[in-house]
Each structure stands twice: as structure tokens, then as C-alpha cells.
Ligand binder design. Structure first.
Ligand code: ATP
Ligand code: MG
Length: 305
């Protein structure tokens, strides 16, 4: 039996003016997953996370957390969830300890005990700096202090928007190690976004790749990176009709016009079925050429930005 679904988004979408920042986002995160949400700049990561944490209202679709509908049961849905979007805020002239007291009082309604504060600072590797002012902290230390604050409410799901962004390699490693510890030793489910495949690959068990607001692929890191999912170029006539058919097929991802053909992500094993479907609709296929692996595809999408 597979683990409980702790977070599910159903056709989630957000429109700003006329542009859709996120569209038809269907994500499923199970208990115990470290879920990497991967996409280039502007792909819609922060917008999706803001909708999950109820910081912006979706234009379309819904979010379900621990089986509660976020739109109608907000409090119950968010009870076991903590999140940091973009970067955490601190009182820079106060100590890490005092910041923890204030953050605890805000999220829990009472000042957390000394033991609780010190345990969490210990967990993120900041116990020895507890009584130093936050203004003396490095960017990486602030990031970890933000996580320590988020942990005060004992979340079962922690949502982190680009937690390693802007850190040096050592800082990145410290945050990655912390994420692994939260998952392994504290049995937390972690949802983190990143624009670096390599970062996600090192910590995540599962991932989703998004581009231009849309889901491109989702699955276990192992399956996705070792999958036979390939970016293919299809030469077919008539192009528009074929594209409409391909877009409706579940096995075909990210189908789009590309020069005088169509590019799409397809698993090798599904190619015969795709060919049959197009042929049955009287479309003429001239060629299907594999171009890149999913990894190369992601890197190319990232480079476009
Ligand atoms: N408040 C807003 N008003 C208008 N457009 C917005 C707003 N917030 C985000 N957008 C647009 O939505 C799209 C997705 O933005 P988002 O911040 O979610 O991307 P991201 O994946 O987090 O990018 P980055 O890696 O740069 O953080 C962008 O085109 C952005 O300009
Ligand atoms: Mg962002």
C-alpha cells in the first residue's frame, strides 16, 4: 500500500491579469517524500507554493492538505504545515534565541520553552550561536534559523521555497544535510523548490518538473532521471491537428510546435501507441526523432531563461 497523500493540488491555477502564472497543476506528495519542485526562473514555483500555503488565492482548482480542503477548512488543512516562501524575516538586532521566542509566540500563541528552542537550534546546527545577534549571521545561517523557526510548530509537512538559493557550496550542503535529517530522523515530509536539477537530485526522493506554469513530468527521482522519457521531434501533417491529439494523450508531455514539426516528451515504450493514435486520425507521420533525455531537456529549458 502506498503512503498517505499529505498534499494534493487539483488543476491548480493562478492568473495574473491575462497571464497564467500556474495552470492545471496536479501534484501529489506522499508522507515521507522529499519532493523536489523543479523549474527555471519564472516557471511558477513560488506562486504554486503561495497557493499551497494559502498566501494567495487560486484562480482555478484546489489544494488538499492532510485530506482537508484548503479553501473551506483552512485551519485544519494548515495545522501540520510550516513553510518559508522566498526568504525568512528576522529581528536582526535580536539574538537567534529571542527571534525563536518571538516566532514561537506568533505561531503557537505562547513562548516556547528553553528546551524546545535549544533543541531546534541544535537540530539546525546553531545552538552555539543562540545568543548572538542575527545581524552577525551568514546567509546560510539565517536560512537555517528560518527552518528552526518553522519547526517550532512541530510540522509534519515543511514547504521550502528555494532554500539553497544564493548560498555558497558549503551553505548549500548544510541546508541539504538538514533537509535529509528532517526527513530521515524526524520523519517529516518535505516539499522544496529549486531551479537546479543537481540540487534536487541530491536530496529528493520524488520530483516534479515545471516550465511556464505547467507540469512537465512528475515521479520518483529514480524513475524520472533514469527513465526513457525523451524529448522527441515529430514530423507530421497536418501539424495543428496532430498537436491537438498529442496534447490530449496522457503519455505525451509538453507537446508544442517546434519549427515545422512538434516537440514533446515521450517515454520510448509509448511511441508505438502514439504512432497508432496519430495514424488512426489520418495524420501522416514522416519521422520521430529522439533529441534529448529528460535531464538534457531540463537543462535546455533552464538555459533558455
Ligand atoms: N504578484 C504578481 N503579479 C503579477 N505577476 C506575477 C506575480 N507573481 C508572480 N507573477 C508572474 O508569475 C510567473 C511565475 O512567477 P513565480 O514567482 O511563481 O516563478 P518562480 O518559479 O518562483 O521563479 P523564480 O525561480 O524566479 O523564483 C512569472 O511570470 C511572474 O512574473
Ligand atoms: Mg520563486
Amino acid at each position: 500500500m502506498s503512503a498517505e497523500v499529505v498534499l494534493r493540488t487539483i488543476n491548480l491555477g493562478k492568473q495574473y491579469k491575462k497571464r497564467w502564472a500556474v495552470q492545471n497543476m496536479n501534484l501529489e506528495i506522499h508522507r515521507g517524500d522529499v519532493f523536489g519542485f523543479l523549474g527555471p526562473n519564472g516557471a511558477g514555483k513560488s506562486t504554486t507554493i503561495r497557493m499551497i500555503l494559502s498566501l494567495v488565492t487560486p484562480t482555478d482548482g484546489s489544494v488538499e492538505l492532510f485530506r482537508h480542503q484548503l479553501s473551506t477548512e483552512r485551519e485544519a488543512a494548515l495545522a501540520k504545515v510550516a513553510g518559508i516562501v522566498e526568504k525568512p524575516d528576522f529581528y536582526l538586532y535580536l539574538t537567534a534565541y529571542r527571534n525563536m521566542q518571538i516566532a514561537g509566540a506568533m505561531t503557537m500563541g505562547k513562548t516556547p520553552s528553553r528546551t524546545m528552542i535549544m533543541d531546534n537550534l541544535q537540530l539546525v546546527g546553531l545552538a552555539s550561536r543562540a545568543f548572538d545577534r542575527v545581524k552577525t549571521f551568514s546567509h546560510g545561517m539565517k536560512q537555517r534559523l528560518g527552518i528552526a523557526q518553522a519547526l517550532l510548530c512541530k510540522p509534519e509537512l515543511i514547504v521550502l521555497d528555494e532554500p539553497t538559493n544564493g548560498l555558497d557550496p558549503q551553505g548549500m550542503k548544510e541546508v541539504r544535510d538538514l533537509i535529509v535529517r528532517l526527513s530521515r530522523e524526524h520523519k517529516m515530509t518535505v516539499f522544496l523548490s529549486s531551479h537546479l536539477l543537481n540540487e534536487v537530485e541530491q536530496v529528493a526522493t520524488h520530483m516534479a518538473i515545471i516550465n511556464k506554469g505547467k507540469l512537465v513530468a512528475q515521479g520518483s527521482v529514480e524513475d524520472l532521471l533514469h527513465s526513457k522519457l525523451h524529448n522527441v521531434k515529430i514530423s507530421v501533417l497536418p501539424v495543428k491537428k496532430s498537436l491537438a491529439i498529442l496534447k490530449k494523450l496522457k503519455t505525451v508531455k509538453d507537446a508544442a510546435l517546434d519549427g515545422d514539426g512538434i516537440s514533446a516528451l515521450i517515454n520510448n515504450a509509448d511511441i508505438p501507441k502514439v504512432v497508432r493514435t496519430l495514424a488512426a486520425a489520418q495524420c501522416k507521420i514522416y519521422s520521430i526523432m529522439p533529441q534529448r533525455s529528460l535531464e538534457e531537456y531540463f537543462l535546455s529549458v533552464t538555459e533558455e531563461n
